[in-house]
Design a protein around this ligand. Structure first.
Ligand code: MG
Length: 165
């Protein structure tokens, strides 16, 4: 960074997608074989949606639905890196920088931890951000609630950004 003065901001994001009949879920851009897929207008990448909303939150600039209305058919089946790249582009346009991203994926199955490294690499490529600034982790909800009943997957994310004053 140059001699400009920066302020640091954090944003949070939360998303849920339900399971439906299928063979794989897409999480952070990685396809993971499963007995269901995630239902949604786009590719339903719940983790990438949470992170995208966290960045929009840090920018105080709406959410995915604001920028990519689900009523617009052009986003049907869209790969979610379109949304994440757009959010990152808004930071760059303001001469800022994404500093850190932390994602938690909440589900009983599929098991996430074997795929966390691949997810971090994928996000690193999309965001042009070092892997040591990206955290992807998972937890179950101890079989409680909709994630515990294996009805879908939830994800929360936090993004930290630097923006010039
Ligand atoms: Mg979503």
């Amino acid at each position: 960074m140059n001699a400009m003065q920066y302020e640091f901001r954090t944003g949070n994001g939360y998303d849920v997608h339900a399971f439906e009949e299928g063979a794989a879920v897409i999480l952070c851009g990685i396809s993971i074989p499963h007995k269901y897929k995630l239902k949604g207008h786009s590719d339903a990448d719940v983790a990438m949606h949470a992170l995208t909303d966290a960045i929009y939150g840090a920018l105080a600039d709406g959410d995915i639905g604001t920028h990519f209305p689900p009523s617009d058919p052009q986003w049907k089946g869209a790969p979610s890196d379109i949304f994440l790249s757009h959010a990152n582009k808004l930071i760059i346009e303001r001469e800022g920088k994404l500093i850190h991203a932390d994602i938690t994926i909440i589900c009983e199955y599929p098991k996430i931890s074997p795929h966390c490294l691949a997810m971090k690499k994928q996000l690193s490529d999309i965001l042009s951000l070092d892997m040591d600034r990206i955290s992807v982790k998972a937890t179950t909800s101890e079989k409680l609630g909709f994630t515990g009943r294996e009805e879908g997957i939830a994800s929360i994310a936090t993004a930290t950004i630097a923006l010039p004053f």
